[in-house]
Structures are given as structure tokens and as C-alpha cells.
Design a protein around this ligand. Structure first.
Ligand code: ZN
Length: 294
């Protein structure tokens, strides 16, 4: 009995740990990855649409393998404010130069996200070139995940869970709780033509900086929504608690409104960016024909 209790309390601790590296919840990752396929230009769209469901499902894999792969977690964020003040020009943008300046351990500890995006763009290019359908699925799904995570402001800062401003649990409130409640009704204004990206690494840093800029408004919105609704953040630390109470719903409605619908806008931007990254990899590979059903 003692044993069981110990295990149960350990499990509870794990569940209550700050969700530093969650990224969008699974639901949001699936939605943005699926929609990204639909805005690809032909013939790329036609070649990928048959596997849209598998791809959307697979886009959650990087979060799932974190449980068994201890190094995976560092791929999902960059605490860019560790490196000084916006726009953080002291941080060299290439990985090798960053490691030379700060050391590999530090660069990993504060997150590898932009470099993973450029790495997986190249890996997807190779997969397209080889026509290897397993590898195309793998790299396209991982690239989608990391590009998606880069659009979450809380993945770009040391204050990743609001813990530095006494707003613990903010990570999940913003990127999982809001999308889970409202994303079925989100309407996206998606472009009919998307351009490829000339410099995938530079673009990844642009996305990160853009995300970072939204941090202040998220912190203010979270506090304001708490004041307006009387909702207690601490009562909602575990996902199963109070899921459907009226106060809970009211808080997330007000929080979302106070951010100016930011979760929807970031998911919209992520959708476009994912499609642009896939298109870039495919163009760099020479626009090959491939068949995912092989
Ligand atoms: Zn993630």
C-alpha cells in the first residue's frame, strides 16, 4: 500500500510539473498541420492530401517521444531572453557560432528550436529528393510540430510558465486550454497563394522574435482575466480539475478576449508557416513527384 501511495504521489508531481515543452496541445497541432496541407499549391497538395490524417496525427509525435527521449525536450523551445535584450543580436544565428560563443551545454539548455526547424527543412528536402515516403512523413510531421511550437510565445522565454511573474500554469492556460475549448469555432483567414522561404533559419528566428513580442500582452491578459472573473489559477493546476465549471469557462473566454484572440491568430500564422516550410523543402528538392502510398 505504501508503495502504491508513493507511486501515486510521484505521478501527481509529474502531472503538476510546469509544461515547459508542451507546445500547442495535441488537438491544436493536429488542426494546424491538417489545415497546412490544404493551402499547399498543386501538385504538392494533391500528393500530400491523401495522408493528411496520418500527418496530422504524426505531428504530435515529438511531444510523445519526449517521455522516453530525454534530449527531445530541448527541440521544442528557445528561451531567447536568456541571451539579453530584444532582438537578441548577441546570439549568433548559426548553431556553430552560437556554440562557439556560449558552449554546447548552454545552447542546448536554453533550447534548440530555430535550429531544429532549419535542420528538418533540410532533412525533408533530402526525403523528397529520395522519394522515401516514410521519411517524408516523418520529417514533414516533425517540421510541422517545431514550426507550430515556434508560434507559441511561451516557447520563446525564460518565463515559460508564468513562473517568474507569479502566474504558474500560464503555459497550459494559453496553448492548450484555450485551443481545446474554442479552436473548433476558430475561423482562419488563409491565403490562396503561399511563397517559399528564402532563408529557413532566418525565418525561424523571425517567428521566434514575433512570438516573443506577444509575451507582455499574454501576461497582462492572464492577470486581467483573473481579476475580472475571480478565477483561481491554482485551482486548475491539473487538467482533470474543474474542466467544465462555469467559472472556468468564463475565465478562458475572458482570457482569450483579453489577448485579442491571440491563440487563433498564432495558430493561423503557424498554419501558413508550416505550409511554406514544406513548400520550401519541396522546391529545394527540385519539385519531385512522389507517392506517399507506396
Ligand atoms: Zn512541442
Amino acid at each position: 500500500v505504501k508503495h502504491t501511495r508513493l507511486h501515486a504521489s510521484l505521478l501527481l508531481i509529474v502531472l503538476l510539473l510546469p509544461a515547459h515543452v508542451w507546445g500547442w496541445g495535441f488537438h491544436a497541432h493536429r488542426q494546424i498541420t491538417g489545415r497546412a496541407v490544404s493551402i499547399l499549391p498543386e501538385p504538392l497538395r494533391a500528393m500530400m492530401i491523401s495522408h493528411v490524417d496520418a500527418l496530422a496525427e504524426r505531428s504530435t509525435e515529438p511531444d510523445r517521444i519526449r517521455r522516453t527521449d530525454s534530449l527531445e525536450q530541448y527541440n521544442h523551445f528557445i528561451d531567447i531572453d536568456y541571451y539579453g535584450e530584444y532582438p537578441f543580436s548577441g546570439l549568433p544565428r548559426t548553431y556553430d557560432a552560437a556554440v562557439e560563443k556560449y558552449g554546447a551545454d548552454t545552447v542546448r539548455r536554453y533550447g534548440l528550436l530555430p535550429w531544429k526547424i532549419s535542420e528538418f527543412t533540410d532533412r525533408l528536402t533530402d526525403a523528397f529528393r529520395k522519394g522515401d515516403h516514410n521519411d517524408i512523413m516523418h520529417c514533414a510531421a516533425y517540421l510541422a510540430h517545431y514550426v507550430g511550437d515556434a508560434h507559441v510565445p511561451l516557447h520563446t522565454t525564460l518565463n515559460y510558465d508564468g513562473q517568474r511573474t507569479n502566474q504558474h500554469g500560464l503555459h497550459r492556460r494559453f496553448e492548450s486550454e484555450i485551443p481545446e475549448r474554442f479552436s473548433a469555432q476558430f475561423e482562419y483567414d488563409l491565403p490562396s497563394v503561399i511563397p517559399a522561404i528564402s532563408d529557413p533559419l532566418d525565418q525561424a528566428f523571425r517567428i521566434v522574435l514575433e512570438s516573443f513580442v506577444f509575451m507582455d500582452s499574454i501576461l497582462i491578459a492572464d492577470t486581467r482575466a483573473k481579476e475580472l472573473t475571480g478565477f483561481d489559477w491554482m485551482s486548475n493546476r491539473s487538467p482533470s480539475e474543474q474542466k467544465s465549471t462555469k467559472l472556468n469557462m468564463e475565465f478562458y473566454k475572458v482570457f482569450n478576449a483579453q489577448t485579442g484572440d491571440l491563440p487563433r491568430r498564432r495558430m493561423e500564422a503557424a498554419t501558413v508557416a508550416i505550409a511554406r516550410y514544406w513548400l520550401t523543402a519541396w522546391e529545394n528538392a527540385g519539385q519531385p513527384e512522389f507517392n506517399l502510398s507506396q
